[in-house]
Design a protein. Structure first.
Length: 225
């Protein structure tokens, strides 16, 4: 019994994380069902110039392992960093859910038929069959890729692991590009995902920028007085 209590005390910070994921998955499943019936089409002219490239389905699927591995690593190695990473991830995911609830959205970018038949196009076809072209804005694939990379960059446990951080950056960029090259997202979804990630980065990881801005404004007020 004591061993169980000890494990509970050590890993109880996982309870809110698991609870949130249950809420997220249930909410998202409801949106996937509801929003197929009517949605605002997202499209920008740049979308028409981006070619389909099935090779990018590889980093697209790697996203699931990438984000999960980062969160689990922090969960077992650094509770505070895990909380900080999850604040970043869950805030963006919640904003995405609210937007998709209030403004159902989707796109018409997917091909009517595959240009080639190989294992990668088959993987894309499977993805399209299981994932509807709705609930896209902002792209969680983009946003959470940024979140996973930021967590790796700021992890005390990974300090000095330059090679790992470079590999993480390459993977994150590949995932972001994949959302457009396999026609899962519009450029608009990607840009808004990047913008949201930049704002949250400042709020979660670089609060000193906000504090410096407040200090400068206070100094200007004192000078003007």
């Amino acid at each position: 019994m004591e061993k169980v209590k000890s494990l509970y005390r050590k890993y109880r910070h996982g309870i809110p994380l698991v609870s949130y994921m249950v809420i997220y998955l249930v909410w998202f499943a409801w949106l996937e069902e509801r929003n197929q019936k009517g949605y605002q089409v997202i499209h920008v002219s740049v979308d028409d110039y981006i070619p389909f490239c099935e090779l990018f389905v590889i980093p697209y699927f790697l996203w699931f392992l990438y984000v999960a591995a980062v969160v689990l690593f922090l969960f077992f190695r650094n509770k505070q960093e895990c909380y900080r990473s999850c604040i970043f991830l869950f805030t963006g995911m919640t904003i995405f859910l609210v937007i998709s609830t209030l403004w159902p959205n989707g796109h018409h970018l997917r091909l009517t038929e595959m240009p080639r038949d190989n294992i990668l196009t088959q993987a894309v076809a499977f993805l399209w069959k299981t994932d509807t072209p709705t609930n896209l804005w902002p792209s969680i694939h983009v946003y959470n890729s940024l979140g996973a990379h930021f967590a790796i960059v700021h992890s005390a446990e990974l300090k000095g692991k330059k090679g790992l951080k470079i590999a993480s950056c390459i993977l994150a960029v590949s995932i972001i590009l994949s959302t457009m090259f396999i026609k899962q997202h519009s450029v608009f979804d990607v840009v808004t995902g990047l913008a949201l990630g930049a704002v949250m980065y400042v709020l979660v990881y670089r609060k000193e920028i906000i504090l410096a801005g407040k200090t400068q404004r206070n100094m200007k007020k004192r000078i003007s007085m």
